[in-house]
Design a protein around this ligand. Structure first.
Ligand SMILES: Nc1ncnc2c1ncn2[C@@H]1O[C@H](COP(=O)(O)OP(=O)(O)O)[C@@H](O)[C@H]1O
Ligand SMILES: [Mg+2]
Length: 440
């Protein structure tokens, strides 16, 4: 049965003879069983019917709402559409039917309106829960720029084919990402929170705020977002070739078997992070990504690297060199100094970047059963002058041995235990330029 039970509501029309005219009355024309309805909805129906009853066409009495094991609204239409009777006496019965039908349509429309209102209220509630009011304030004060679009939950539901499992592009710690097609025909990626936990909602709003400030070829573009759904949604440009992690560690035969491609990725990621660290306004002094890892580096159509996942990224305050934080990030990539100092600096990102270079040089995961901690392995190989033993044999040639050795040493510098001994991203870019000049 539908919510109001209208589909099964009996419509009883009665015709009786009056004294002067031929009166027509409709007794209990609609009996609505409202088992699931709220009191507010019932009262709204009653009020609306009362207004309707005062019209000159129809007079409804005995409007009652009963609360029993189920809830029922019933009423009687007991006046006649007597003008009609005067004009066409034979049409009395038809008039009664018309009255019944009109009321039915009226109630159906009313129910639709109430449903719509409830839905709007729900959307408003989710919007507030998801931090939408805060975001709106930031945008209205001009603190945020960017031209992202606000999507409705319905639009993204359709675009993802109801968040169909077959559309999943990847899963992270907090979200699932779906391939989707917008009404315009544009293919995009839609990220949906896995749960409605507070910290996940916060990371979504954080990602919007950070991405609205960023525009770079090697950083994923935010097309829009939706905060009116129970689980917040982000819409990004679609990056078709998956994550570096998926390609490097899950697809044995791939285009990453060439050192030239890996070298290009090392450079592009460095450019993206250098940009983040250097971006400055009066309100902040750079952005720390805080979750650099191969799962968060995507590869586009031309296999260019695109940095993604800004859920825990943070702005550094003006004149600040660090954020006070607990150890944050992913196992195998976290700056070891962080757990003692509680201070996240730009050089904590440099440590994670060093692990990504190590992954590209060795073809091994940051943490694996076989190798344990990759950073430790790389460090001891450099220390023992045994670099060739850890390099991925797929990329080593007679000609590039020295070059690979130089990149391994660069990775080692990024992985220094003490942050102050690690280079800044600008230094790394300079070193990459130098190596490019040296080895071509
Ligand atoms: N724009 C995108 N295009 C294609 N795939 C994506 C895109 N964004 C994310 N993905 C896929 O979804 C995975 C999880 O996305 P991510 O943003 O890292 O979520 P989480 O915050 O949960 O870690 C990624 O590793 C990648 O495989
Ligand atoms: Mg991620």
């Amino acid at each position: 049965m539908d919510e109001l039970g209208l589909s099964q509501a009996p419509v009883v029309l009665g015709v009786s003879l009056g004294t002067i005219m031929v009166p027509v009355y409709v007794s209990s024309p609609l009996q609505l069983v409202l088992s699931d309805s709220t009191l507010a909805e019932l009262l709204a129906i009653r009020e609306a019917l009362k207004i309707f009853c005062q019209s000159e066409w129809v007079n409804i009495s005995n409007l009652i709402i009963e609360f029993d094991s189920s809830v029922a609204v019933s009423w009687e239409v007991n006046s006649i559409v007597d003008w009609m009777a005067k004009v066409v006496p034979g049409a009395m019965f038809v008039a009664a039917i018309i009255v019944g039908v009109v009321i039915t349509i009226f109630v159906l429309l009313l129910r639709k309106c109430l449903k719509k209102r409830k839905k709007e209220e729900r959307k408003r509630k989710y919007f507030i829960q998801n931090g939408g009011a805060y975001l709106r304030r930031l945008i209205s004060t001009g603190a945020l720029v960017g031209d992202s679009k606000v999507f409705s939950p319905e639009e993204l539901e359709i675009a993802t084919d109801g968040f169909n499992e077959n559309r999943i592009l990847g899963r992270g710690g907090q979200a699932t990402v779906f391939k989707a097609m917008l009404r315009s025909g544009r293919v995009v990626a839609v990220k949906r929170a896995k749960t409605v936990e507070e910290w996940i909602r916060e990371s979504f709003i954080n990602e919007i705020i950070v991405l609205l400030e960023i525009k770079h070829d090697n950083v994923v573009g935010l097309i829009g977002f939706c905060l009116e759904a129970e689980k917040p949604l982000l819409v990004y440009e679609y990056i078709p070739n998956g994550s570096l992690y998926q390609i490097l560690h899950e697809q044995p035969d791939n285009f990453l078997n060439s050192w030239e491609v890996r070298r290009r990725i090392i450079r592009e990621v460095a450019e993206a992070i250098t940009y983040l660290h250097a971006i400055r306004t009066t309100d902040f002094n750079g952005i720390c990504h805080r979750d650099l890892k191969s799962q968060n580096i995507l590869l586009d159509q031309q296999y260019r690297s695109v940095l993604a996942d800004f859920g825990i990224a943070r702005f550094l305050g003006p004149d600040r060199s660090h954020l006070t934080t607990q150890a944050i990030g992913s196992l195998g990539y976290i700056d070891p100094e962080l757990q003692f100092s509680g201070e996240y600096t730009k050089r904590s990102d440099v440590y994670s970047y060093g692990v990504v270079i190590a992954e590209l040089l060795t073809g091994e995961k940051a943490i694996s059963r076989r190798w344990g901690n990759l950073a430790m392995q790389l460090k001891s190989a450099v220390k023992n002058d045994n670099i060739s033993a850890i390099l991925d044999c797929k990329i080593v040639t007679e000609e590039n041995k020295n070059e690979l050795s130089s990149y391994t040493k660069l990775s080692r510098r990024c992985l220094k235990k003490k942050g102050k001994n690690r280079p800044f991203m600008e230094d790394i870019l300079n070193e990459l330029n130098r190596l490019q000049g040296l080895f071509g």
